[in-house]
Design a protein around this ligand. Structure first.
Ligand SMILES: CC(C)(COP(=O)(O)OP(=O)(O)OC[C@H]1O[C@@H](n2cnc3c(N)ncnc32)[C@H](O)[C@@H]1OP(=O)(O)O)[C@@H](O)C(=O)NCCC(=O)NCCS
Length: 162
């Protein structure tokens, strides 16, 4: 990825087949037996893709917020299986963080307890597990809440009510 040119652009209808392929071949959606309807997020301008080497390498969907506890919310992130471990996920996540930090000093996300690989990825990117909700999406499957502070508390000039 270091030598590969890439750009992160708003998701368009023409990107949907590639994004759907990523979802259809990846956890957590395989185990949860669900897909992603990107249309509402596209409408809200919350869905983006990474184009690398001329094709869709991954996607990220996030609400900059504040959505919850002064934080934005990362709805989904996925990288094409053949293009993982090349830094694309980190670039997509950094894009979400940079844009979220314009309005919210934190970013939250949910990750399934069985999705250990994604948890390792998030930890490497500076996220900490701060909560757990049992059966949020599927019975007998827990979701962990992960959190990252994007702006140091004292430096934050963003003012919100509780
Ligand atoms: C999670 C995911 C987005 C990571 O994307 P990626 O492009 O492979 O990640 P990167 O190459 O940017 O990796 C960033 C860091 O995370 C680490 N990492 C990535 N995947 C990892 C894995 N499976 N296990 C352990 N560490 C991992 C990398 O080693 C790297 O750390 P380093 O910089 O110290 O070397 C990708 O694996 C994916 O699409 N998974 C399926 C969908 C998914 O689980 N999404 C999250 C739903 S909550």
């Amino acid at each position: 990825m270091k030598n590969l040119s890439f750009q992160i652009v708003p998701m368009k209808r023409s990107h949907l087949p590639d994004c759907a392929k990523i979802v259809a071949s990846s956890e957590p959606w395989l185990t949860l037996r669900e897909g992603i309807d990107f249309a509402p997020s596209m409408k809200r301008k919350e869905a983006f893709v990474c184009i690398a080497g001329g094709s869709v390498a991954g996607f990220v969907v996030f609400a900059a917020g504040p959505a919850f506890a002064r934080g934005g919310y990362l709805r989904a992130i996925g990288v094409a299986p053949a293009r993982r471990k090349q830094g694309i996920g980190r670039k997509l996540l950094r894009f979400a963080e940079t844009n979220t930090a314009l309005t919210s000093p934190h970013l939250f996300l949910c990750v399934s307890a069985f999705n250990r690989q994604a948890q390792s990825f998030y930890r490497k990117c500076g996220y900490a597990r701060v909560g757990r909700i049992d059966g949020l999406i599927r019975e007998n499957v827990a979701e962990y809440i992960f959190w990252k502070r994007l702006i140091p508390a004292k430096a934050s000039r963003i003012r919100h009510g509780r």
